[in-house]
Design a protein. Structure first.
Length: 364
C-alpha cells in the first residue's frame, strides 16, 4: 500500500494524478531526463507499481521489482514493438489485482526518434502502430506507457488524443536554494574531514528572504538542476564561495547552448544614453508603478526607428534601471524548416525566460 505520509513534488503529483485518471499514455518533455526517471521510480516504489524501462541500448528492463544483479535484457526486447507487447503480457500484470492503486508502468527513453519517419528506415509506421495498440489496451488493466523526451519533439498527431503531455519545469528558487545549501554543507564536511580544526568553513547560504540570498539564487534561475549543481560546485572550487559573477557566467554559457538566449549585464543605465527623454520617462514611470491615475501598468514597449538611434542600447539599459537581467531573444535562431518547429522553439525559449524569473526580455 502507498505511504500516505510521503510528500511528492508538483511534477510527481501530476504524474500520479494522470495515472489515477487512467491515462494510458503520458508524454513528459524535459531538459533533465535523469531527474524525471528518478521521480517516476520514486512514485513506483512508494505506491507499489510494477515498473519497467526501455531504451535502444538496454532494451526492456524490470526496475520495480528490481532485476537481479548482472541480469541482461533479452536481445529481442531492443525492438520497441516487443517491449510494448511485453507491457500487455502476463509478466507486467499489475500487482495485487484487488488494489486499484497499484499499476504497471513502462517508461521509454529516446523512443520519440523512432516515431519520426526517415528515408533510411520504414519502421516508424509500425512502431507508431505498436504504440497505439498498447495505448488502446483495456484501460481497466491499469497499464501505462510514459515516454520521456527532450524538449523540442512534437507528439505525433496519431496519438495526441491518447496521451497527456506534461512539461517537467526547471527548478524553482526554493529548489535551487536547497541544492546550494546541500553543496555548501558537503563542502564544509569535506574540509572538516581533510583539514580538521584548521580548515576554513564557508558560511551557510543566506535565506531566500534576504538580499544576498536572492542575489545568489537569481543568478542560477533558469538553469537545470544538474546545471545549477555544476555552477555552484565550480564556484565553490574556484572561489571558495558562491560567487555571483561566476554563476552568471555559467548561466550565460548554458542558455546560449540550450535555447539561443543571450544574457546582458551592464552598468550602463539611462544616464549614459543621450536623448530619448520621452521614452526614458515613460519607462521609468512604468517601472515605478505607472503614471498617476493609470489603471493598467504597461509591461512592454515597442521601440520603432531607423538603425543607429540607440534602440538596442536603451533596451539593454532597462535591465540596469530595474536591477534585473536583460535577456535577448534572437528571432533568427528560433526559425525552423519543419512545420511547427519555429513555434516549438519559441515555446521552449519563453519557458526558459519564465523560469529565470523577473527579467527584461529584449526581442530584437
Amino acid at each position: 500500500m502507498p505511504d500516505m505520509n510521503t510528500t511528492f513534488s508538483p511534477f510527481e503529483e501530476k504524474i500520479i494524478a494522470s495515472l489515477d485518471a487512467g491515462f494510458a499514455g503520458i508524454w513528459v518533455r524535459t531538459q533533465e531526463i535523469s531527474e524525471v526517471l528518478v521521480s517516476i521510480e520514486r512514485i513506483a516504489r512508494v505506491d507499489g507499481h510494477l515498473l519497467a524501462t526501455w531504451n535502444p541500448i538496454n532494451g526492456f528492463v524490470m526496475v520495480q521489482p528490481s532485476t537481479p544483479t548482472g541480469a541482461k535484457a533479452a536481445p529481442d526486447t531492443i525492438d520497441p514493438r516487443v517491449a510494448l507487447a511485453q507491457l500487455c503480457g502476463k509478466d507486467m500484470e499489475p500487482p495485487d489485482a484487488g488494489n486499484t492503486v497499484s499499476r504497471s508502468v513502462l517508461v521509454m527513453q529516446n523512443f520519440q526518434t523512432l516515431l519520426q519517419p526517415s528515408q533510411e528506415s520504414r519502421c516508424a509506421p509500425m512502431v507508431l502502430q505498436a504504440l497505439q495498440n498498447a495505448l488502446l489496451y483495456d484501460r481497466a488493466a491499469r497499464r501505462h506507457v510514459i515516454i520521456v523526451s527532450y524538449e523540442g519533439f512534437r507528439v505525433p498527431h496519431e496519438i495526441e488524443a491518447l496521451v497527456r503531455v506534461i512539461d517537467h519545469d526547471l527548478p524553482t528558487a526554493e529548489e535551487l536554494h536547497t541544492i546550494a545549501t546541500e553543496l555548501v554543507k558537503g563542502y564544509n564536511d569535506d574540509v572538516e574531514r581533510e583539514q580538521g580544526d584548521e580548515g576554513q568553513l564557508l558560511p551557510a547560504v543566506p535565506p531566500l528572504d534576504t538580499d544576498d540570498g536572492k542575489a545568489i539564487i537569481n543568478a542560477a534561475l533558469g538553469l537545470t538542476r544538474g546545471g545549477a549543481e555544476s555552477a555552484f560546485s565550480l564556484s565553490l572550487q574556484q572561489h571558495q564561495q558562491l560567487d555571483i559573477r561566476e554563476l552568471w557566467q555559467m548561466k550565460v554559457e548554458m542558455l546560449r547552448k540550450t535555447s539561443g538566449l543571450e544574457v546582458h549585464q551592464s552598468d550602463a543605465g539611462f544616464s549614459t544614453i543621450g536623448g530619448l527623454e520621452a521614452v526614458k520617462k515613460f519607462m521609468l514611470n512604468s517601472i515605478h508603478g505607472g503614471q498617476a491615475g493609470s489603471i493598467v501598468q504597461p509591461k512592454g514597449v515597442l521601440l520603432l526607428g531607423p538603425s543607429g538611434v540607440g534602440k538596442s542600447q536603451l533596451a539593454k539599459a532597462v535591465g540596469n534601471e530595474t536591477k534585473r537581467p536583460t535577456i535577448s531573444l534572437n528571432i533568427g535562431a528560433l526559425m525552423g524548416s519543419l512545420v511547427g518547429q519555429t513555434e516549438e522553439r519559441t515555446r521552449i525559449a519563453l519557458r526558459q525566460v519564465d523560469a529565470i524569473g523577473p527579467c527584461v526580455l529584449f526581442v530584437d
